[in-house]
Ligand binder design. Sequence first.
Ligand SMILES: NC(=O)c1ccc[n+]([C@@H]2O[C@H](COP(=O)([O-])OP(=O)(O)OC[C@H]3O[C@@H](n4cnc5c(N)ncnc54)[C@H](OP(=O)(O)O)[C@@H]3O)[C@@H](O)[C@H]2O)c1
Length: 285
Amino acid sequence: MNGKTICITGANSGIGFHTAQELARAGARVILGVRNREKGENAAVRIRTEIPGAQVDVFPLDLSSRKSIESFAGRVREATSSLDVLVNNAGQMSSRFETTEDGFELQVGVNYLGHFLLTRLLLDRLKQAPEGRVIHLSSSAHYGGKIDFERFRADKGRYKGMPAYAQSKLANVLFASELARRYPDIRSYSLHPGVVGSNIVRPDKLGWLFTIGWTLFKPFTFSPKRGAKTSLFLATATPAPEPNGQYFDEHQHPMKPSRLARDTQVARELWETSERLWREAGATI
Ligand SMILES: NC(=O)c1ccc[n+]([C@@H]2O[C@H](COP(=O)([O-])OP(=O)(O)OC[C@H]3O[C@@H](n4cnc5c(N)ncnc54)[C@H](OP(=O)(O)O)[C@@H]3O)[C@@H](O)[C@H]2O)c1
């Protein structure tokens, strides 16, 4: 990966951290997109300590804020004229209804819409790379997901965290395949990393009962390092997997995603709606 530049969102912990670390080990310059500067600098120090000479930059990124996404994209654009890989990794799980700064439901806002805007703002840099790639961290939870555009903004009826998370992860798969259709020069893949014992389950977001259950279950899950394997495979595989736009499982095998995830009409509608929502929120895309 010498000479390649890779940008990873949510790279200070979990799957994102190990993805960044292994890509730095392979010689790539890695840009860590993090919402907490201190956690980001600590992650960079850990990488540089283990891999002397590692090229690591830490730029602030809060995917729940259009302004922060735009400023991060600006920093990346200043830092490099071509971007080889963008790993849309950051994610949140929550059982409480919350909104982003721009008024989107938090999970769809951070996990999907934030990454949609970021990818759009970096498209020209990805196109400048010989074979730009975008990797979208989805989940097997997408199999239970449905797209309900009304729920992108408002708390419609009683909020249920899991369906909202599943919706955001279904959107990741649909975005990956639609991006491949619209920009065939860019490689775009979605994936399920496995059930990974990371920090994704947090008491302030999911409550203590769920968190205690998750802690007891953790010994049976993949380590975050193991969870990074499919992201690493898709970032580095030569030649790039064919066909473009596929969904992969935690063993790096291409898998058929859900019926809805394969619906090209829904994918197109999702793209157009996302564009409209961001324009209404003030983005220039
Ligand atoms: N763990 C699993 O079993 C599993 C299964 C399927 C899919 N996934 C997906 O894998 C991805 C990585 O998750 P993980 O398991 O490694 O969890 P994690 O350890 O909690 O990592 C998530 C990362 O996302 C960052 N993040 C959260 N909200 C953000 C925001 N608004 N702006 C910027 N960054 C934000 C977090 O930053 P902070 O540290 O500052 O909070 C953290 O660095 C997620 O997309 C998740 O949905 C995970």
